[in-house]
Design a binder for this molecule. Structure first.
Ligand SMILES: NC(=O)C1=CN([C@@H]2O[C@H](COP(=O)(O)OP(=O)(O)OC[C@H]3O[C@@H](n4cnc5c(N)ncnc54)[C@H](OP(=O)(O)O)[C@@H]3O)[C@@H](O)[C@H]2O)C=CC1
Ligand SMILES: CC(=O)N[C@@H](CCC(=O)OP(=O)(O)O)C(=O)O
Length: 342
């Protein structure tokens, strides 16, 4: 059976990545692609690297006939996403990549996104898209909310440890490095080559990054009590990839074993041998997550390092993995691409 797919926001980075991944998917066919400013253009004009594919032109969302669509990926900005999705047919399966449906508590949404949610019923219905932790719910879901890419990286390193109670929940520090494509294909001064290259800076420091809403929600749920982590992201002059260095208190062997046990049998999550550390170079362009554990020289302190590609496992790859589950396909389909190296 071939599933008919629409990608809303196909003229953005995650939209283009979805097209790249779905292009070799044996049971998905892209029937509609939307753009906003780029509506009316051919995908090959917007993304010459996709020139070899036979794709529909970009159109405005309102021009799409959703009656012939089985599943829509929604790769639109926050807030736009909720207003668009609330107008779509209620029978349509949707994987949303924005932040609009990640937080279950409306007050938390308002706190981190600065305004009330406008589609509260749908917010309740949505399943959080961290596949390895919500697989059974995702299989049954109509609407799946893709995670934040930083939030996914931190959770892969920490969630099994929080769940098992093997670390001090009051002293968790996530020091994260994020590549620039995480900011989308937009024109912002701090993303200009001259301002970004050869430099490196922290942003949203002091506990202000909106992905803290996801950390709070998910870690507190796993621990059964409120958990707050320290989290500082840094913008690095790289195109793709996220690396999170996480500092915790615990026993390194127990931490390593807990992660290895949790992810045993998971196709996309590789826990490296004790003492080996990941690199964004080893997961680039792939749906894999690499996690390393190393003991600190100070007794009782452990460092966990996780790396993933923000455009694959951090967004579009995760979205395709979840769509496969929602459509009853093997979840790895279209996702077994080896990382691009060097
Ligand atoms: N980049 C990443 O690594 C990650 C991104 N995300 C989330 O995924 C979503 C997409 O991100 P990304 O691809 O990076 O973003 P981009 O800025 O690269 O793309 C945004 C897309 O949305 C379209 N768009 C913008 N405004 C409107 C509007 N008012 N109506 C209809 N379409 C609109 C744009 O069309 P046009 O260009 O034609 O105007 C474009 O296709 C965002 O919510 C982002 O937060 C989540 C995880 C990781
Ligand atoms: C480099 C960079 O700016 N990265 C983005 C994260 C991208 C992401 O996960 O997107 P959502 O906006 O969907 O949460 C940031 O830290 O804000």
């Amino acid at each position: 059976m071939t599933h008919k797919i629409a990608i809303l926001g196909a003229s953005g980075y995650t939209g283009a990545e979805l097209v790249r991944l779905i292009a070799t998917h044996p049971s998905m066919e892209i029937v509609a692609l939307s753009g906003d400013r780029k509506a009316g253009m051919a995908m090959a004009e917007v993304f010459p690297h996709l020139r070899h594919l036979d794709l529909p032109n970009l159109v405005k969302i309102e021009e799409i006939d959703f009656s012939g669509v089985d599943l829509a990926f929604c790769a639109l900005p926050h807030a736009t996403s909720q207003s668009v999705i609330s107008q779509l047919p209620t029978t349509l399966k949707i994987v949303d990549l924005s932040a609009d449906f990640r937080l279950r508590d409306p007050a938390a949404y308002e706190k981190w996104y600065g305004k009330p949610h406008s589609a509260l019923e749908m917010q309740k219905e949505a399943v959080y898209g961290l596949t390895e932790f919500y697989r059974e719910e995702i299989k049954q879901a109509r609407l799946v909310a893709g995670t934040g890419c930083n939030a996914a990286t931190g959770q892969y390193a920490l969630s099994p440890l929080v769940e098992a109670g093997v670390i001090d929940l009051d002293e968790i520090l996530i020091d994260l490095k994020a590549a620039v494509s995480g900011a989308g294909r937009s024109l912002k001064e701090n993303l200009l080559h001259a301002e970004l290259s050869e430099g490196y800076h922290a942003y949203a420091a002091g506990g202000t990054h909106r992905h803290l809403g996801e950390f709070d929600q998910e870690f507190s749920k796993l621990a059964g009590r409120p958990v707050q982590v320290q989290f500082t992201p840094h913008l690095i002059p790289a195109n793709r990839g996220i690396l999170a260095t996480v500092y915790v208190r615990g026993d390194a062997a127990v931490v390593h074993q807990t992660l290895a046990n949790k992810y045993e049998g998971e196709t996309f999550i590789e826990v490296l041998p004790m003492g080996q550390l990941p690199s964004t170079k080893h997961i680039r362009g792939s749906n894999f997550v690499h996690i390393g554990v190393i003991t600190d020289r100070i007794e009782g302190r452990v460092i966990v390092v996780a790396a993933l590609d923000n455009l694959t496992k951090g967004s579009s790859g995760q979205a395709l993995q979840n769509a496969n589950l929602m459509l009853g396909e093997p979840e790895e389909t279209g996702l077994m691409l080896a990382p691009v190296f060097p």
